[in-house]
Write a protein that binds this ligand. Structure first.
Ligand code: BGC
Length: 470
C-alpha cells in the first residue's frame, strides 16, 4: 500500500489514467502556484501596513489590534489567579498558583457551552460563564473569604481594545452569534454577570485573545517567543511589534514593543484574496453560520476543513470521477449534507495514509452510504491531502512574512489548537515550509497546551504586579 509523506505534495495515482487526469484537472484550483503564493505574501504585507496606519487609504481586512499587554512575566509574580477561556464549544475555568513567576499549581475545568447559550441573548451567555466560575470555585473548594481574585479573560473573538481590561466585540465568529454584545465591552458584561450572582469576589483585570494568551504562555516557557498562534476551530496569529510602527496608536508610549493581534482569520474579507478563492470555498462560506466573513479562516480551520473536503468530493462525484457519480445517503448523511464529514475525519484519513492504511477512509465513505472502489479510496485520500496541504501553505506564507518583519535572531512560535495537535500534516509540514519561506530566520514551533487560558492567568498576575507597583 502506498504510504504518503506529510511533508510532500500529495500525489494521485489511479489505475485508470483518464480518470486520474480528470480528477487532477478538477482539483487544480486548490494547488497554489508560485505566483499565487508570492501574491498572498504581498497582499498580507500590504494589509498589515494598512491595518496599522493612522489614516489608511482603504480599510484593511486585518484588525491589527493593540493588546495593551504591558509586560511579560518577570519572575517576581506570586499569588493565586484565575482565568476564563471562551472561544469554542468548550469553555475553560482555570485557577493558577504562582510563586516567583513559576506556576506551582494549576486547575483547569472544562464546561460545555450549549447551543442556546452560543446563539441566544448575550446576557444569558455571560450569566452562564459566571455560573461556571461559581461552580468551579465551590467544587474546587477555593477559599473566597476575605480576598479578591484577579481574573484574566481570554475572549477569542475580534475585539477593539481600549485598554488591558476593556475589549469591545467587533464581530462574532466560529459558532457564536449572541445578540446584544456587538460593540459592547466583554469585561463589563462579565463583571455585571458576576455582580448579578453576588457570590463571587472577582475582578476581571485583563482581557485578551487566545493567540495573545498563547504568546504570553509561550514566552513563559521560552523567552525567545515572539509569535502566538491558534490552529484550531478558528485560526489567528499575534506577534511582537515595534510600537514605532503602530501609526494608529496615538500619543507617546514608554514601551518599545507591544503584542499585536492580527485577526488574520478575516484576511481577504475585502476581496483581496479572491484570486485563490475556489467555488468550494464559496460553498463553505455560504453554508457557515456567519456568511461573507472570516474568509481566510474558512480556507482550512478546524470548523471548516471537513466541509471543504466534502464539497470537493461532491464535485468529483457529480462529474462522474468519484464513486460512479453517487453522492451517498447513509446513516451518517451524504456528500450533500453540511457537517457530514468533520476535520477529525480528515486527520484520521491523513494519518492512516501516512502509515499506508485505508480502513478509516473507507469507514468515512461507507458511513455516508458510498461504496468506494480502490481508485475512489485513492481519490478520497488524495483530496484530504490537497485541502490540508493548501491550508498549511497559507499559514506558513503568513508566518514567513512575520519572521522577516521581526528580524529576530531566533523566534519561537507558540501554538495551541486541535488542528495543530491532531492533524498529522500540520506540524511536520510547517517545519519544512517555514524554513523554505523564511530562509535564515531560525525558529521553533512550540506546542503551548492550554496556553490561551494559562497565558491569561499569567497576564492577570502581571497586571496585579504592575498595579501594586504603581
Ligand atoms: C477569532 C480570533 C481567534 C481565532 C482562534 C477566530 O475566529 O476571530 O479572535 O483568535 O478564531 O480561536
Amino acid at each position: 500500500m502506498n504510504k504518503a509523506s506529510p511533508t510532500s505534495e500529495p500525489k494521485l495515482t489511479l489505475s485508470d489514467p483518464d480518470r486520474q487526469q480528470k480528477a487532477l484537472d478538477i482539483l487544480s484550483p486548490l494547488v497554489l502556484t508560485k505566483t499565487q503564493k508570492e501574491r498572498v505574501k504581498e497582499v498580507f504585507i500590504e494589509e498589515m501596513k494598512l491595518g496599522l496606519a493612522a489614516s489608511p487609504e482603504r480599510k484593511s481586512s486585518l484588525l491589527m489590534e493593540n493588546t495593551f499587554i504591558p509586560e511579560l512575566v518577570n519572575g517576581t509574580e506570586s499569588g493565586e489567579y484565575m482565568a476564563l477561556d471562551l472561544g469554542g464549544t468548550n469553555f475553560r475555568v482555570i485557577y493558577v498558583q504562582l510563586k516567583d513567576g513559576k506556576i506551582e499549581e494549576e486547575i483547569i475545568d472544562y464546561y460545555h457551552v450549549p447551543e442556546d447559550k452560543r446563539l441566544g441573548p448575550g446576557t444569558e451567555l455571560f450569566d452562564f460563564l459566571a455560573y461556571c466560575i461559581s461552580d468551579f470555585v465551590h467544587k474546587r473548594n477555593l477559599n473566597l473569604t476575605g480576598r479578591t481574585y484577579q481574573l484574566g479573560f481570554t475572549f477569542s473573538f475580534p475585539m477593539t481594545q481600549k485598554s488591558l481590561n476593556i475589549g469591545l466585540l467587533v464581530s462574532w465568529t466560529k459558532s457564536f452569534n449572541c445578540s446584544g454584545v456587538l460593540g459592547e465591552d466583554a469585561v463589563q458584561m462579565l463583571t455585571d454577570a458576576i455582580n448579578r450572582r453576588g457570590d463571587l469576589d472577582i475582578t476581571v483585570s485583563a482581557i485578551l485573545n487566545d493567540t495573545t494568551g498563547t504568546l504570553v504562555m509561550g514566552s513563559y516557557l521560552d523567552p525567545r517567543c515572539g509569535i502566538g498562534m491558534i490552529l484550531g476551530t478558528g485560526c489567528n496569529g499575534c506577534y511582537v511589534e515595534k510600537v514605532s510602527r503602530i501609526e494608529k496608536w496615538p500619543g507617546k508610549h514608554s514601551e518599545a514593543e507591544v503584542i499585536v493581534d492580527i485577526e488574520w482569520g478575516a484576511f481577504g474579507d475585502n476581496g483581496v484574496l479572491d484570486f485563490i478563492r475556489t467555488k468550494w470555498d464559496r460553498a463553505v462560506d455560504d453554508q457557515s453560520l456567519l456568511v461573507h466573513s472570516y474568509t481566510f479562516e474558512k480556507y482550512f480551520a478546524g470548523k471548516y476543513l471537513g466541509d471543504l473536503y466534502r464539497e470537493v468530493l461532491l464535485t468529483l462525484a457529480k462529474s462522474g470521477v468519484f464513486c460512479e457519480g453517487n453522492v451517498g445517503g447513509g446513516e451518517g448523511g451524504s456528500l450533500t449534507k453540511h457537517g457530514s464529514i468533520t476535520t477529525k475525519d480528515i486527520s484520521a484519513i491523513e494519518s492512516e495514509h501516512f502509515h499506508g492504511g485505508r480502513d478509516d477512509v473507507k469507514k468515512v465513505l461507507e458511513r455516508l452510504g458510498l461504496k468506494p472502489d480502490e481508485d475512489d479510496l485513492s481519490i478520497a485520500q488524495h483530496v484530504a491531502g490537497v485541502v490540508s496541504y493548501r491550508g498549511v501553505v497559507l499559514v506558513c506564507l503568513l508566518i514567513g512574512v512575520l519572521l522577516d518583519r521581526m528580524e529576530r535572531e531566533h523566534c519561537t512560535i507558540a501554538i495551541d489548537g486541535s488542528l495543530f495537535q491532531h492533524h498529522p500534516r500540520f506540524r511536520p509540514l510547517m517545519d519544512k515550509l517555514i524554513s523554505e519561506l523564511a530562509p535564515g530566520r531560525p525558529f521553533d514551533l512550540r506546542l503551548a497546551s492550554d496556553g490561551s487560558g494559562l497565558g491569561s492567568a499569567l497576564t492577570a498576575a502581571v497586571a496585579d504586579r504592575l498595579q501594586k507597583k504603581s
